[in-house]
Design a protein around this ligand. Structure first.
Ligand code: NI
Length: 166
């Protein structure tokens, strides 16, 4: 396994729209293992998307199980994810491995339903709430070339410089 280099703002590749995965093979599974290792090596790494390491395919990983009192599914590797239902809206603070110096307040749905493929190409479905739902929405945004910076209601009021990364 390997820790991959993370693209950081203002790298224009972070705005690229990623392509669906069509080949579910050992190479994909090896890449997903590297992507997970890269997420876990990062500060506060609760999610990562393939384009953040320069692979423009629709693959995200989310694992919020390390956060206390947070409903979760443990490790989720989502290939070609699609959000199929949304409910509720809430403002919450987000960070991103590609935006190391800032956090920001972003409005997200509080409950989502999604479909995706697993690494073998089998269809999977999840219902996510609260912080896990937020993390999934954040990571899927990366697949469409969007960062949390693009979703701030107010750049002046909702963007915060990090005192220290955690
Ligand atoms: Ni991010």
């Amino acid at each position: 396994m390997a820790i991959l280099d993370i693209l950081k703002v203002p790298d224009p590749r972070l705005k690229q729209v990623s392509e669906p995965v069509s080949r579910f093979d050992d190479e994909l599974r090896r890449f997903a293992a590297d992507l997970e290792e890269t997420m876990r090596a990062g500060p506060g790494g609760v999610g990562i998307a393939a384009p953040q390491v320069g692979r423009f395919q629709r693959i995200v990983i989310v694992d919020v199980s390390s956060r206390p009192n947070t409903p979760n599914h443990g490790l989720m590797v989502l290939v070609n994810p699609e959000i199929t239902a949304w409910e509720g809206l809430k403002v919450g603070r987000e960070g991103c491995l590609s935006v190391p110096d800032y956090t920001g307040n972003v409005i997200r749905a509080t409950r989502i339903e999604l479909t995706a493929r697993d690494l073998d190409g089998n269809p999977v479905e999840y219902e996510c709430v609260d912080f896990e739902a937020r993390a999934v929405q954040h990571e899927i945004d990366h697949l469409d070339g969007l960062l949390f910076l693009d979703r701030l209601v107010s750049k002046r009021n909702d963007l915060f410089r990090r005192k220290r990364y955690k």
